[in-house]
Structures are given as structure tokens and as C-alpha cells.
Write a protein of this length. Sequence first.
Length: 322
Amino acid sequence: MTPQEMEARIVRYGDLRPCKTAFIDAHTPGSNQKENFTIIGGGVSESPDQHVHIRETPGFNIGAAGQPPKCRNSLHSHRTAEVFFVLKGRWRFFWGRHGTAGEVVLQEGDIFNIPTGIFRGFENIGLDYGMIMAILGGDDAGGGVIWAPQVISEASDYGLVLGANGRLYDSKKGERLPDGIGPMPLLTEEELKAFPEPTTAEVIPNCIARYWDLMALSDRQPAKVIGAQGKLRDRPGFDVEFLSRNSLPETAYALDRHEVLMPVRGHWRLSWSGGSTALNPGDTAAIPPGLEHSLTPSMTGEASLYRILNTDDPAGATGRLL
């Protein structure tokens, strides 16, 4: 693999291209400043304006959400896994039909394997622009999101309509639903009863791992974060590991599966027979199966990254091992 071929498989943080009209709440006050990024795969964006950096998927999608302080993402649900880790800032995650079943605050490096089938939202409660990185289960990321009814109703007051085809139409731009396409139907009260309302006592121990715990667990080997043997026991169609300075030997290795590298802190040197490059916080690198390579911190000081590996498990509901 040439350096140019490898660079095509790396999405640099500084090159990320945001979409500000990705979802139904793009005009709703309080949510209208959020930015959506699709890094690997098309994610669950509802906008034709969404830029996709790498279209080939390894069995899961990688994305990100960037928001200024006090900006929130509205309540929605996923059919497959949605995992977030905080790259920058301080974030409040909340869940339940009205967002009142529970909440938790995550700091930089913390990770949250959000249960499928619950309504969830999040907001930046820090002082600066924040960024959370996302892993979505399945090549199609579950086929889109399910919005809490009040989100769709409120959005219509600001000109956005979600079609039953999963696409957004902006009446302020003169757009309207195509012939034969109706609006996305609202969930009925009976259907809403199927969405769980787990407590913090159920969610926090089983679905959240804290950065400094993972730093300690990765002192001599990769820390298994999400997986059948992970700190968060689950089989969502991918495994998540956490690496710090002494997690891997300096010798080259090759895997028989896709490997996505996402640095959190510090700078990492990725080397292979055709070249070498630096990976920095916020970068995303897609390493193909069979490529022999090495991965080492390139500077002194704190160094950490998340590593995502595809598995043979089908994408689907989370929490199957609880």
C-alpha cells in the first residue's frame, strides 16, 4: 500500500465536512446549531446534502456530532448499536420518552454503549464547541432513526417535514413531499409503550466505561471495552478496544478483520511496509484485513485511542449478553 492509498483510508479531523441540515430538528431552536459528520458509511443522516468521507463500510459506520455549548440533539431511537465516546467537551446524555428516565454526564474519553430501543438525546454542557465520535451498528447503520413524536411535530412549525421515505423536505426552500410520498407517521401511544424507560441504575453500570478506568486497564494489553469479554458485555456486530502507551508491542502485526483506529489523546505513528504516517486526536483510520503494520505513540506524554473491529455477529439490538 502506497502512502497515497493509505491517506485515502484516513479521514483527518481538520478535513471533516459538517452537515447542518442532517436531521428533522435542524431548524428547531436549541438544536439548530448542531453539525453532523459521516466518516465511514452514510450513517443515519436524512439530508441529501450530507457528505460521506469513506463509503465502503466494514460492517459498521463511523460518524460524529459537533455542537456549540447549550446545543442539544433531540430524542430519537436506533434499531442497532449507537456508541459514543467524547472527543472534546463535556456532554449530558438523557433518555426516555420525554428524556426524564435518566441522565449521565460524560467527560473526554468516556464511552457510552446506548441501549437500542430507548429514546435518547444529548447536549453539550461544556464551555466550548464539543465533539463526540459515534459507532453505528450495521452497514446501513440500522436504516435510520425513530423520532419521538414531539420532535417531528415541533419541527413542522419551523418548516421541516420528514417523508415516509426517510428524507427531509424544507418548506422554507419551496420543497414539498413528492407525489405518492406521505409524511413520516407519528408513533401511536400504543407503539410508544414498547420503548423501555431504563433507570440510571440499569444503564450506567452496564453501558458506560470511564476514560481513566480504561487507561488503567490498558497498562499492559488492549482493554476490551465492548464485546463478549468486554467491560461492557455486548455483541453489537463489532468489538471496541482501548489502547494506551504500553498496550501493544512495537513489532508489526496483521489482523484478519477490519480495524478502525480513532485516537483520543496524543499522537500515534502508524507504519507499514509502504510508508508511515501520524494519527492525531479526531482522525479516523480504516486499516484493511491482512495489512501488516505497527502502531506506537510518536511522542512522550499521554496517548490513547479506541480501536473498533468487525465481528461475525449480525448487527442488531444491544444488551443481548446482560
